[in-house]
Structure formats: C-alpha cells, structure tokens
Design a protein around this ligand. Sequence first.
Ligand code: PLP
Length: 351
Amino acid sequence: APSAPQHALAKKRPADYYARLSSNENPFGPAASAKKALKAAIDDAFLYPRHYRDQLVETIAKVEGVDKSYILLGAGSSELLHAAARVYGGKSTKVLSADPTYFSLVRSAESLGAEWVKVPLTKELDHNLGAMEDKVSKDISLLYLVNPNNPTGKIMTGTEIRSFCDLVSDKVPVFVDEAYIDYMDDPAGSTTVECVRNGKNIIVAKTFSKVHAFAGLRVGYCIAQPDVIKALSAEGPRNTLTGPSMAAAAASLTDAEFLKYSVKKNEEGKQFVYSELKRLGFEYVPSHTNFILFPIGMDGAEFQKKMMANQVSIKTALIDGQQYCRVSMGTLDDLGMFVDAFKKVHTHKLN
Ligand code: PLP
C-alpha cells in the first residue's frame, strides 16, 4: 500500500492517494472543541500531564456516573485489552469469545499462553449467547464480548447483553468492548456500565478512536470494579497518554453537537453504500457501527488485492465458509471511489 499520509478531507490529493476504508477510522473529526483544547495544551507539553489526566478522569466519571476509582485510562482501548489479557490470560487459562469478533484481546492472551474457546456466531451473524452460556465454567478466566460486534456491525440490545452479563459474571469476569457503542440508536440505554455500577464483575472498554475521531491521538478507558481497575493498572498503562490528547478527549466527550454531527456523517455514508449495493444486487448486513459487512461471492484475498489496485483499501472476512468485505465509512468521495472500484473488480458477477 502507498505510504503517503492520507488527507480524506483535503481538496488536493496526492497522486498516490487511496481511500482508506479498512480501519474503521473517522475522517470527519476531531471536533473543533477537541482541536482547540489539543492546541492549547501543547504549551504545557513540558509538564507531566497529571492535571489533564485528572480532568479527563473527572469528566468520564461524570458522564458515566461512576466514582473515579472505577476508571482506568489507556492509550487507546488496545492498551486496556492487552492489560486484560495479561491479568486474565497466560498459561493454563481460557478466554471465551465469539468467532469472529475483534481479536486483539484474544490474540494477546494466546501469545501469553491462554487457550481460546470460541463460539461461532449464529447463522444471522449474532453472538450465540445460549452457546456461550453453556461454555461458561470455572475453567474460563475471561469472557470477551464486543457490542456492537466487529466485523459484523451487529448488536445485542442493552437489555439482552445486561441480563446475560448479570447472569454469567457471577461465574466468570466479563469484558465488554463497546468501541462502537456511540453509533447505536440509544448508546446510554445500550451500555453495560450500569452492570458495573450495580457491583457486577464486568470490565467495560470504550474508545475515542471511532465516533470522536481520535484514532491517531490514542485515548480509551475502561470502567470496572475498583479492585479490578487496580489489577489492570498494575499490568497496564504506565503514564502513556499525552496531555494534549487527554485535554482534547475531555473536550470531545462533552461536545454533544459534535457527536451528533459525527454520527450523522457516518449515517450518510452508510445510506450511500446501502443504496449502491442494493442497486448492484448485493446483500449487506445492516450496520450499527461505522463499517458495513457484505458477502462478495469471490475470493477475499483476490478481492482485496484488486480493490487496492484501484486505490481502495478494505478488509475481508471469511465467516462460515462465506467471503465478506468489510468497508469502513469515509467521506462520500472515498465511498464513491469504493463503489467505482467495486464495479470494476466484480465484473464477473455484475455482467
Ligand atoms: N475494540 C474494537 C472492537 C475495535 O474495533 C478496535 C479498533 O478497531 C479497538 C478496540 C481498538 O481501538 P483503539 O485502540 O484505537 O481504541
């Protein structure tokens, strides 16, 4: 892939520009309020950023309705997923998750010696909660759920996931990755933070990388019982977040107007891709995230290579023998490039 920096919103694009629709980034942000806070905090860059950390933790505590002792920050949620793998993974442990899901935590745990216990998604590509419950035993050291799920874009409703978590977390710790929760219709009604507030042994991770458009700034956090936060903290981030990024995150978190804008731009992209896929006779999985999964009916590696040859980067997934494309939402220009490339690459089915 070309290595030039990408400028999805730039008027003039470099010759080797490609539409980067493979990492579920958000080309419309960050918020003006976040950029202002980011720039202002640069003057303080010589200071260890205690002040900005306290300010962000306080803001999160208010927004999530928990005490500060329930919060741990990470340089992106990846750092917290990895910390959880270190606390709960390792030799002779077992980590349970759906297959497929976002595999970062599972892979970290495996590399530390854990065994992955997988439960395939249902035919409708949903988490199979019944089958997961059957696998829950004392042997399982961590159950990992992603809601909405990546790469499917499908959801468990708030009621569904909370009652499941309430039930199983009496037996095993549960990690709920809510990276895409802000794209759901009712994020506040869909989160499992309420279970943590009710004393359950659940770790809820959130990230600023998606709706807040901070993928390059690296800010995430998790909410869990204070003793779990201590354990994660011992295995996790060591002062890894920068002052400017924490200042920006605190501004973005309370910028309701921006969040609305960000979700709206994402929805415009989804409606465009849905209508184009429909027109071309392709089915898709209606998405509650900033990406869309759809079956391509051809080899995934070949598809990905040919799309890239047309300057479009996407990801593919093989689920239950079926090849899918996962396309991240981008600007309408980038999504137009995606549709044009798709028409060229998929000539054998379209003709
Ligand atoms: N969790 C899920 C479900 C993701 O899809 C991603 C990134 O795509 C992450 C976590 C990690 O993101 P970050 O480390 O930027 O917070």
